[in-house]
Design a protein around this ligand. Structure first.
Ligand code: VG1
Ligand code: CO
Length: 544
């Protein structure tokens, strides 16, 4: 007898509005009655489910395994033909994006709250990726949200759990569940893009690397790729076993949260190269011996040197960056004579540019870099491209960065985050700032003249869709810039992000500490927005 489909009566739950990257809430909220089910049914109602094939996986955080079983039962009840699941319900975000594309599926559901901590009292999240492998665009996530406000029932199959530990074909009612190794296909893709032989030779010559996976999803990927395929010594990858609470770590690869890696890279015994990745494997931090690479610089260096990797040897079509990301990548695009694009924050805005073949490499200041090989940012991809470049150029990270700055000048850059501010205070500050914009041009502050000020709006050059209110920009005549926006990924209060940039053309002044070089811009940022008066904060919680 085939299992029965039950229709469960439910009612809308407030606040199921996806942010920058999916719906993220405290885990107990997601585990609450009907919460996951309402959101998943809304996804399936919007994208359609009958006869379709989806990919399913997550970053392994607390509740990942149980949520996967619920999603499978709901997909089966809604008539899906097939779901491809990573073994143990594990898939990194870039690997999920790849599987969606490789198998020409109708999309995928990814369970992750990315760089947010995980655990019974931390964060959980769900997002939908489209058939191109990329995050659902705003129009689609808005439709899902609207659906959550009117939902009255969801469907679920009355059946036992699928054994997701067992690779191979399973059945759930009439639906096929294919459990696959999460790493194999992804590793194969990497082998096509990069010169594994050159990197293997590099490791054989004694080159030392430290890869910190922060007890999150990239562990198995990194061990397979770096230690097994590329011959890096055992132990190169640390914190390699994904844990439901990420071992208590905050899996956000930045100098604050990946402090152990930073300390090692600045010690006497530092390896040649260090890297870290986030909860779901789409972010990366790169560090050389004694030198930190800002994500904006990393994007620029990768774009300038991409031709050294087989996957990019015919050159790039264009480079895209999110608006708050520094203009360093623009200088590379200008020099290469290729297209450059400035999009709102969030990877979903790169999808059209990648699909249309306008951009090949994309990046965000928030430790995200990627290319047209998938439709997500990809942490290990960036680390491998760096390794490929290091293997070919046979120079240190420091030498490559200094070379880059000498050629293009240096965009000093930093982001200051003020976390868990009361939402009304943060909103009031942003409203006042927006109200002051018209009067700013011409004003002189900290000896710098404001040349323009606006609230960033973006018109997608491919489909013409418009996104407004994407962050306040204050531009100065000397090329310096301040950007203010509120985070769309947090689950507690508001997080104010202040992005600071100053350009030094060189040849002098390229070797300063970033915070010191930015100090007038930092002071200007505080006084223009009256950050302390509105929020009571005069110091950021996190500086990257
Ligand atoms: C942050 C970053 C943004 C990134 C997003 C998702 O968003 O600033 O650049 O795309 O996280 O990254 P926000 O709205 O908090 O500033 V991840 O690694 O969560 O998928
Ligand atoms: Co992430």
């Amino acid at each position: 007898m085939s299992p029965q489909i039950t229709t469960v009566q439910t009612a809308p739950i407030a606040g199921q509005k996806p942010g920058t990257s999916g719906l993220r809430k405290k885990t107990p909220v997601f585990m609450g009655r009907h919460y996951l089910e309402n959101f998943v049914q809304s996804i399936l109602d919007v994208v359609g489910c009958a006869g379709k094939t989806f990919v399913l996986g997550g970053d392994g955080r607390y509740f990942n395994d149980r949520a996967a079983q619920v999603i499978l039962r709901m997909a089966a009840a809604n008539g899906a033909a097939r779901v491809i699941v990573g073994q143990g319900a594990i898939l990194s975000t870039p690997a999920a994006s790849h599987l969606i594309r490789l198998n020409q599926t109708d999309g995928g559901i990814i369970m992750s709250a990315s760089h947010n901590p995980g655990g019974p009292n931390e964060d959980f999240g769900v997002k939908f990726n489209m058939a191109n492998g990329g995050p659902a665009p705003e129009a689609v996530t808005e439709a899902m949200y609207q659906r959550t406000t009117t939902i009255s029932e969801y469907k679920v199959l009355e059946a036992q759990d699928v054994d997701l530990g067992q690779i191979g074909r399973h059945k759930l009612g009439a639906m096929v569940v294919d459990v696959v190794d999460p790493v194999t296909d992804y590793a194969e893709l990497m082998m096509k893009l990069f010169n594994f032989e050159a990197i293997h030779t590099l490791f054989k010559s004694g080159f030392r690397m430290r890869m910190d996976c922060m007890c999150a999803v990239t562990g198995p990927y990194a061990v397979e790729i770096f230690e097994n395929l590329l011959g890096a010594p055992k132990g190169t990858v640390v914190n390699a076993i994904p844990l439901p609470d990420f071992g208590g770590m905050h899996p956000d690869p930045n100098p604050t949260w990946a402090k152990a890696l930073m300390d090692e890279m600045f010690s006497v015994m530092a390896p040649d190269f260090g890297a870290a990745s986030d909860g779901d494997g789409d972010r990366n931090m790169v560090v050389g011996r004694g030198i930190y690479v800002s994500p904006s610089d990393s994007l620029a260096v990768l774009a300038a040197n991409a031709k050294l990797a087989p996957g990019y040897e015919t050159g790039l079509k264009g480079v895209a960056r999110s608006m708050p990301t520094s203009a360093a990548a623009d200088r590379v695009a200008n020099a290469l004579g290729i297209g450059k694009y400035e999009t709102p924050t969030g990877w979903k805005f790169f999808g059209n540019l990648l699909d249309a073949g306008r951009a090949t490499i994309c990046g965000e200041e928030s430790f995200g870099t990627g290319s047209d090989h998938v439709r997500e940012k990809d942490g290990l991809w960036a680390v491998l491209l760096w390794l490929n470049i290091l293997a070919v150029r046979k120079q240190s990270v420091a030498a490559i960065l200094r070379d880059h700055w000498a050629k293009y000048g240096r965009n000093y850059y930093s982001r200051h985050d003020f976390e868990a501010i009361a939402t009304d205070k943060a909103d009031a500050m942003m409203a006042a700032l927006r109200g002051s914009l018209a009067g700013l041009p011409g004003q002189v502050i900290e000896g710098m003249t404001i040349s323009a000020a606006d609230d960033f709006a973006y018109t997608d050059p491919v489909d013409g869709s418009i996104s407004t209110r994407q962050g306040v920009r204050v531009l100065f005549q000397d090329g310096s810039r301040i950007v203010y926006r509120l985070s769309g990924t947090g689950t507690e209060g508001a997080t104010l992000r202040v992005y600071l940039e100053r350009y030094a053309p060189g040849p002098d002044g390229l070797d300063h500490d970033a915070q010191a070089a930015l100090s007038p811009v930092i002071r200007a940022a505080h006084s223009l927005a009256a950050i302390a008066a509105f929020t009571g904060r005069s110091e950021p919680d996190v500086v990257t």
